[in-house]
Design a protein around this ligand. Sequence first.
Ligand SMILES: [Zn+2]
Length: 399
Amino acid sequence: MPPAGKVQIRTLALICVLMLRLIPVVGQGSASTPPEFELVIVGGRILDGTGNPWFEADVGISGGKIVEIGKIDAARGLQKIYAKDLIVAPGFIDVHTHLEGAIEQVPNAENLVMMGVTTVVTGNCGSSAGNLAEWFESISKNGIGVNIASLVGHNTVRRAAMGGDFNRAPTPEEMSRMRGMVQRAMEDGAVGFSSGLEYLPGAYANAYELTELARVAARYGGIYATHMRDEGEFVDKSVSESIAVGEQADCPVEISHFKVSSKKRWGTAGTIIKLVEAARDRGLQVTVDQYMYPASSTGLSILFNPLLFEAGGANERLKDPATREQVRKDVVNRARALGFNDLSFAYIVITAKTLRRLRVALRTRLTSTRKLTWPLTCCREVVRGWSYARCRRLMLKLS
Ligand SMILES: [Zn+2]
């Protein structure tokens, strides 16, 4: 991973001890021999991150850097961490995050560090900070607890270049504006270009547009990371498109949250894995990442036809009863087309940030449907016309 632009990389963060529990940190160096190391991690199982099996050794750290690995007398350390039966590993890199707006609220990133994650890649799924240089500077000002690298998001630049009118190909001027924005972001330290083709406005971009922009990132050594156009019925087409974009733009491809989401296609992951393996056999650098859990996470809008949200007009459109009915039918039909009988696979996610808003919305729902925000309106319509019991866990993400 290239250095993360202006965000300071802390070498000290390279070591983390996993298997969370309090680890005894004891003693100062003996008076007779001055300590050679700031810290000695004693007796841990070292996993060096290369794929090698673990081995037991001590780690000596000075000046924030690992300076010795082997048999080290604990007395040589000013501080010691006894790590017997614990894993000592380089900090994990989480390649798929959406930290914008969140790291500002939790700058220490305890949630990540406590899991052993010391470096994250954000700007995924086509959505990044609009001005990376400014963003890096603002989050670095008071210090943050992890290293951050960012991609430049296709949806972010497409929205900025085309405004609210994006159900079409960009004009040559808009295209060159987007190229300029990607170039600027790469010069500001972005590590690649990301797309989110199930979201607006990226859903309307064709492979040519994506290739052109990925090519700009490639000139700076960047990768193409993609939340594909379809992860369900047509997932093989999407994998092929992702690979083709990288192949033509001459850059590595990272396929985000690799899966087969359509129930009808469950059990056929072998097909898309073969596509990736074939590309790798041709010499292309194609990698994928996966959730560590059998679920996915996104906003409620993913359930609806993107046309509903064009130019921010969902609320207006939903005032028409016929449109509302059509929206309801579309959601139901889409779920059925994917092989689901209901939406019970989805969960309501309530974060502290949205809780207050959600309460207000739910209170409103009890008295008047007219005042509802569009997600709740749609939820209610879906729920009413289907089965409340089945839909009680409908995903709801207001923020
Ligand atoms: Zn995504």
